[in-house]
Design a protein around this ligand. Structure first.
Ligand SMILES: [Zn+2]
Ligand SMILES: [Zn+2]
Length: 186
């Protein structure tokens, strides 16, 4: 997924468009947001999620605020089927302004958003905001019955008659893997 590259307008040349403190600009865009496990997120061309942001030059950085809305496709952790998770949230973040000459080897900016050499990378701001908005348990519905741990059928769609009590819970990851591979082949 990563090879397909991000959508085009993620790197914003803020040094040019916001030359002075107090300058601001509206920034709109959209992408199809594809979510894998955890924070593995790809932004592909599309319009599943839209953002309408205002970026403001402040002393020492950029303020990013506005709204992100739409929907993201997630995989249900019980039945492994895809489902639409609505996204509707407000963001207000700051990115610190740095030149590459300011950064010493070993500096840890992993927790920070940065404007590096005049360019703001919007992707981590959007990615974090969207991921943090997800419920901690990703399920298609509270009533989801999951997959049979013996034969792997989706129990929301059919009954299989397996005796599931006897199945070792430790086998479950293998059955989920089998189901994923079958999904990948279709
Ligand atoms: Zn489900
Ligand atoms: Zn079964």
């Amino acid at each position: 997924m990563k090879e397909q590259g991000p959508v085009s307008e993620m790197n914003i040349g803020v040094a040019d468009i916001l030359p002075r403190v107090g300058d601001r600009k509206r920034l709109m865009g959209s992408a199809q947001v594809v979510v894998g496990d955890g924070y593995d997120v790809a932004f592909l061309p599309g319009d599943g999620v839209s953002w309408d942001l205002r970026i403001t030059r402040i002393t020492g950085g950029i303020e990013i605020s506005g709204r992100i809305s739409g929907s993201v496709t997630l995989e249900c952790s019980r039945c492994l089927e895809d489902f639409d998770q609505p996204v509707d949230l407000r963001v207000r973040e700051h990115a610190l302004w740095f030149g590459s000459e300011d950064i010493e080897p070993g500096d840890d900016f992993a927790q920070e958003y940065l404007v590096l050499d005049g360019t703001l990378d919007l992707l981590p701001v959007l990615r974090d905001a969207i991921c943090l908005s997800f419920p901690s348990r990703r399920v298609c519905s509270e009533q989801c019955r999951g997959i049979c741990s013996v034969c792997g059928v989706n129990l929301n769609l059919e009954q299989c008659g397996c005796t599931r009590e006897q199945v070792d819970e430790r086998l479950k990851p293998l059955l989920e893997l089998k189901k994923r591979m079958e999904k990948g082949n279709t």
